[in-house]
Design a binder for this molecule. Sequence first.
Ligand code: NAP
Length: 181
Amino acid sequence: MSATNTEMIAVVAMAENRVIGDGKGLIWHLPDDLRRVKALTMSCPLIMGRKTWDSIGRPLPGRASIVLTRDPDWQVEGAIAAADLTAAITAAKDWIAATPEARNAIILFGGGQIYEMGMALCNRIELTIIAASPDGGPDAALFPALDEAAWDCVTEAEFTATDAVPGYRYDSLTRKSPVFV
Ligand SMILES: NC(=O)c1ccc[n+]([C@@H]2O[C@H](COP(=O)([O-])OP(=O)(O)OC[C@H]3O[C@@H](n4cnc5c(N)ncnc54)[C@H](OP(=O)(O)O)[C@@H]3O)[C@@H](O)[C@H]2O)c1
């Protein structure tokens, strides 16, 4: 039986100009953010686009990798292919139901096309905002603009820039009118 009343949570790091990557990977390296993403996503199914899967290149341990692709022949060990968002959510719920240690939450893991598609079904966004406006190049991926009135936002931590990394902060957004999948 599938999980019910499941929350979908977008986890994303974006620059102030909404750029999230150059189409092939991330533009920044924030070790603390990577640790946070791991903690936020552990024991959850991840829904991601095929390009994001390619940029990671392997399944992330302790999580299911559900990959949206229009290619009916796409098959990679360690990934579950899905032809559309409905199929991806069904696969995610089935994985939650079949996995004793799973949390009842689905992570919308990007990239730009998948955030655009799934944002209306997200109840929370765990957002890292980087104080930079990089040019993501011709294939730049963006996080969609939000209707700010629809969300409550709490800033959980702020970090000033160092020689190694730009400044950034962690915002946790929750929908004022909850939605579940
Ligand atoms: N900063 C962050 O938090 C973050 C998070 C994730 C990703 N990223 C970055 O985002 C970039 C990738 O984003 P992107 O927008 O270029 O690509 P993407 O969203 O990762 O993947 C796009 C692919 O998903 C599949 N797809 C899209 N819509 C679909 C639909 N309706 N039905 C079935 N399949 C569908 C297609 O795969 P096929 O071509 O195989 O059909 C499409 O080419 C990379 O730079 C990555 O590093 C950043």
